[in-house]
Design a protein around this ligand. Structure first.
Ligand SMILES: [Zn+2]
Ligand SMILES: [Zn+2]
Length: 427
C-alpha cells in the first residue's frame, strides 16, 4: 500500500546519501599540496630504479640537522616565519631522536628553506614546482631542502596557520616520510583541517625511522650573528699560487656549495680566504688529474668528465662501478668535453670546441639528432670554454681562460667579459 510517509522517508534518505557524497568529495579534495617530493635521482639515472621501488630507507644518517632560511617573503615579518619554522621543527623533535639547529651558514646546512616562484634554483641547480598550484615541496633525505611557493606564501589570504601546517608536512618529507592515505595524518596529500604538529600515526612513522625521543634535547637557540667557519689555511707545498695560475681545467661547485677551481692535481676552494692548493685526490679519491668538466647535480652528487669516461661522487666518495663510459651513462654525448652547463628547464648543455649538445634528462632519447649545433647561435659566446657554472642565486657563467661572461637564459652573453683572477680568484 502506498504511504506518503515512506516516500518522504525515502527522499530524506536519498538526500542524506547525496549530502554525504558531496561532503565526502569536499573532504577528499581538501587543499592538495601537489608536492610529490624529490627522490635523490641521479643525473645519469643510475639510481632511479632503486628509489622508484620505494624500498630504499630514506633517512638521515645523523641526528643533529642544521637548517637555514635563505630568504623571506616580503609581506610577513621575518620573525614570524622564523618562529613558525622553529615551531615546526620542534614539533618533530619532541617525538623522535632528531635535533634541529638554525645555522647562519646557508651553504653548509643540511636543510635550506626558501620562498620561491614556480621556476627556481636549489643550490645552484634548476628546480621547479610540479604545478603552479603547488604549495611547497621538499627533498627526501639526505637532500632535505624545502621550498615554499611565493604564490601562496604570502600573497593573498594564506594564513600563518596554513604556513605552519605546510611546514610540518614538508619537514616530514625532508625527514623521509611519504604521503599517507589516512586523513588523520599530517602527511595526507591535502590540507584538511590545519594542524601544527605530527599526529599519532605520524609519530609512529617517524619513530620507526629515528626512534622514540630519549634524553634531553640540546639548546635550540638560533645563533644571532653570521658564524663563518674558521678556515684552516694549510701552506701550499711547491704548488702554484692561485693568483699565478695561467690556466685551469674546470671550475665546479661542490656538494657543499663551495666553488672549486681544478688545475692539474690540485684544487682551490674559492670560498676560503687565500685558498691554498689542495690535492684533488684528498677530496675526491681516485679522481685523475686534468679533468675536462664537472658538475654537481641536484642530488648533490658530483660528476667529473675526462676523455671518454665520467666519475660520480656521493659527496667525497666515488660510487661503485665508476668510472663509466660517457656514451653509456650519457647516450649521445661526445668524449673530451670542454664544459657543462645546467639549464633552467632541466637537462644540461655540453660544450666542445665551438659546438654544443643539449642533454634532456627527462627523455628516453636524451640527445636529439640535430646536435651538435654551433655555439655561433649564442651571441657573444667565446670560441672555446674551460668551465661553466650556475651559482646558488641562479646566475649562469661561462669561463674561457682568464675571462668570464654571464649568460642569460638563452645562453647569450650578457655584457663584456670580466677578469677571472680579479672577480673569482680575488687576486
Ligand atoms: Zn607532501
Ligand atoms: Zn624547489
Amino acid at each position: 500500500m502506498f504511504r506518503p510517509t515512506s516516500v518522504v522517508l525515502a527522499l530524506v534518505f536519498i538526500l542524506q546519501v547525496v549530502l554525504q557524497i558531496v561532503r565526502g568529495a569536499a573532504i577528499l579534495e581538501g587543499r592538495p599540496y601537489h608536492d610529490e617530493p624529490y627522490y635523490p635521482t641521479d643525473l645519469d639515472g643510475a639510481n632511479s630504479t632503486k628509489y622508484n621501488e620505494l624500498s630504499a630507507g630514506l633517512k638521515w644518517n645523523k641526528s643533529l640537522l642544521t637548517y637555514n632560511i635563505i630568504n623571506y617573503p616580503v609581506a610577513v615579518p621575518a620573525d614570524l616565519i622564523r618562529s613558525s619554522i622553529r615551531h615546526a621543527f620542534d614539533a618533530w623533535s619532541e617525538v623522535t631522536n632528531l635535533d634541529f639547529v638554525e645555522s647562519a651558514n646557508a651553504a653548509q646546512v643540511d636543510i635550506q628553506i626558501g620562498f620561491e616562484g614556480v621556476n627556481h634554483y636549489r643550490r645552484g641547480v634548476p628546480c621547479q614546482f610540479s604545478q603552479e598550484i603547488t604549495l611547497a615541496h621538499a627533498f627526501f633525505p639526505e637532500a632535505g631542502d624545502i621550498h615554499f611557493n611565493t604564490k601562496y606564501f604570502f600573497t593573498g589570504d594564506t594564513s600563518i596557520e596554513q604556513f605552519l601546517n605546510t611546514a610540518v608536512h614538508e619537514i616530514g618529507h625532508s625527514l623521509g616520510l611519504f604521503h599517507s592515505s589516512s586523513r588523520d595524518s599530517i602527511m595526507y596529500g591535502a590540507q584538511l583541517e590545519l594542524r601544527s604538529k605530527p599526529q599519532p600515526e605520524d609519530i609512529q612513522a617517524i619513530q620507526a625511522i629515528y626512534g622514540v625521543r630519549s634524553g634531553i634535547r640540546p639548546t635550540t637557540q638560533a645563533p644571532t650573528s653570521a658564524t663563518r667557519p674558521t678556515v684552516k689555511v694549510i701552506k701550499p707545498r711547491t704548488t702554484t699560487n692561485l693568483c699565478s695560475l695561467e690556466s685551469y681545467d674546470t671550475i665546479v661547485i661542490d656538494h657543499r656549495g663551495h666553488i672549486c677551481v681544478l688545475a692539474d692535481r690540485f684544487y682551490y676552494n674559492l670560498n676560503e680566504t687565500n685558498p691554498p692548493a689542495r690535492k684533488i685526490s684528498a677530496k675526491w679519491p681516485k679522481l685523475p688529474p686534468k679533468v675536462d668538466a664537472a658538475v654537481t647535480y641536484r642530488d648533490q652528487k658530483t660528476y667529473f668528465f675526462k676523455g671518454a669516461q665520467y666519475w660520480k661522487y656521493d659527496k667525497r666518495q666515488l660510487e661503485e662501478r665508476y668510472p663509466r663510459p660517457t656514451d653509456v651513462g650519457f647516450l649521445g654525448l661526445p668524449s673530451s668535453i670542454d664544459a657543462l652547463l645546467l639549464s633552467k628547464g632541466g637537462g644540461f648543455l655540453v660544450f666542445k670546441d665551438q659546438q654544443y649538445w643539449f642533454y634532456d634528462t627527462r627523455k628516453a632519447k636524451p640527445v636529439e639528432w640535430y646536435y651538435p649545433k654551433s655555439t655561433d647561435e649564442f651571441a657573444g659566446f667565446p670560441k672555446r670554454l674551460d668551465a661553466a657554472l650556475v651559482t646558488a642565486e641562479g646566475r649562469r657563467f661561462i669561463f674561457s681562460g682568464l675571462r668570464y661572461w654571464e649568460v642569460d637564459d638563452n645562453n647569450y652573453v650578457i655584457g663584456r667579459g670580466g677578469d677571472v683572477r680579479r672577480d673569482w680568484f680575488n687576486c
